[in-house]
Write a protein that binds this ligand. Structure first.
Ligand code: ZN
Ligand code: ZN
Length: 77
């Protein structure tokens, strides 16, 4: 079985993990109350497939809140 794996995000918010586009790196997150700053995602191994949705961005028919629908979560030290 194959499924379309989503491309890894190029940037994400350090506060809430919200995936973002490269243009917003260094700016503040606009996700609700989050005061985080967007960072470049860097190397591919800084991301792992979201365990909650198995990389699909959805849990059943619902939007995956763990990865904000991106299918990926940042690996943190
Ligand atoms: Zn944020
Ligand atoms: Zn997910």
């Amino acid at each position: 079985m194959t499924f379309a794996e989503k491309p890894k995000p190029v940037a994400y918010c350090a506060g809430c993990n919200m995936p973002a586009s490269i243009e917003v790196v260094g700016t503040s997150c606009r996700n609700g109350d989050c005061n985080g700053t967007y960072k470049g995602a860097g190397a591919a191994d800084e991301w792992m497939r979201c365990a909650a949705c198995d990389g699909t961005g959805k849990v059943g028919t619902a939007f995956c809140e763990t990865c904000h629908g991106s299918g990926w979560t940042p690996v943190r030290p």
